[in-house]
Design a protein around this ligand. Structure first.
Ligand code: B1M
Length: 214
């Protein structure tokens, strides 16, 4: 089991995008838990990549190839996660905020929320306040999930919450925030309804919101 996880982790770190799908499939065929593949191999690999990038050992192209490799691995795991529970627990709009192109964590959170029975409408990356407000008006989701990976884009979350208030929409939607630089104190400061440190916490919070509404 550890062999499969280590091989997948090393493949992501090494950016072996041509091999990753086969390796993940082999691990699934060997009976490994999809959650372990995600947490202990795919995410663990990106932690190493992030540290290496921060330390100047690798550069943006290498980081990008690792990201592409991780995404390809996630695509193989996704069907094993989603569809466990059929009845929708509610609608969640997910997006990465304006100026931010990081979407791996958001995609992962979206996948786990789908797996937990929510209808997830993923708007993608680089979403302006205006576009998000328009989508909240037209989709009328139960939850708005915002992701930010850059310290420079975190303030966009506050702008979105401010605009929801200005337009009288704040009471209609729960706002859930997350992403590596975001923490509970920041979430509280900007008036979000919840903060998820990872996908599991995001799912737990979304479940709590849904239960409170029911
Ligand atoms: Co970027 N990048 N990057 N990058 N990148 C970081 C974030 C950085 C920390 C790297 C570093 O310096 N060590 C750094 C940010 C520094 C800072 O702001 N303080 C950084 C930088 C500087 C940049 C550029 C500016 C680099 C440059 O061009 N000079 C540039 C910015 C581009 C832009 O966005 N405008 C850039 C570009 C890129 C790539 C395009 C090459 C690529 C992104 C590819 C993609 O996403 N499609 C990339 C990557 C891959 C990273 C790292 C290495 C990995 C991010 C990742 O995918 N992690 C990252 C370093 C790191 O974080 N270790 C880094 C795995 C993912 C599963 O985790 O996204 O944290 P994460 O999601 C977690 C939780 O945070 C949480 O759950 C997820 C699962 O557990 N979560 C939520 C996330 N969203 C949530 C929402 C929720 C709840 C929980 O509720 C709604």
């Amino acid at each position: 089991m550890a062999d499969h996880l280590n091989t997948i982790r090393d493949a992501v770190i090494g950016g072996k995008h041509g091999e990753i799908k086969g390796l993940v499939q082999q691990a699934l065929d060997a009976g490994l838990d999809p959650g372990a593949i995600i947490n202990d191999a795919l995410i663990a690999a990106m932690d190493v990549v992030g540290k290496d990038f921060g330390a100047g050992k690798i550069f943006v192209p290498e980081m990008l190839v690792s990201a592409v490799t991780m995404k390809a691995g996630l695509d193989v795991v996704k069907p094993r996660l989603a569809g466990g529970e059929r009845q929708s627990r509610g609608t969640i709009v997910m997006a990465t905020v304006k100026g931010d192109l990081h979407d791996i964590g958001k995609n992962l959170v979206s996948m786990m929320l789908e797996g937990a029975g929510f209808k997830v409408m993923d708007l993608g990356v680089d979403l302006s306040v205006e576009k998000l407000i328009d989508q909240v008006k037209s989709i009328q989701p139960d939850i708005l999930g915002l992701s930010a990976l850059l310290t420079t884009t975190m303030p966009e979350m506050q702008k979105v919450i401010g605009e929801l208030k200005t337009q009288g929409l704040r009471g209609t939607v729960k706002v859930l925030v997350g992403g590596a630089p975001v923490d509970r104190a920041f979430a509280e400061k900007i008036g979000a309804d919840g903060y998820g440190a990872n996908a599991a916490e995001a799912v737990e919070l979304a479940r709590r919101f849904a239960a409170a509404k029911a």
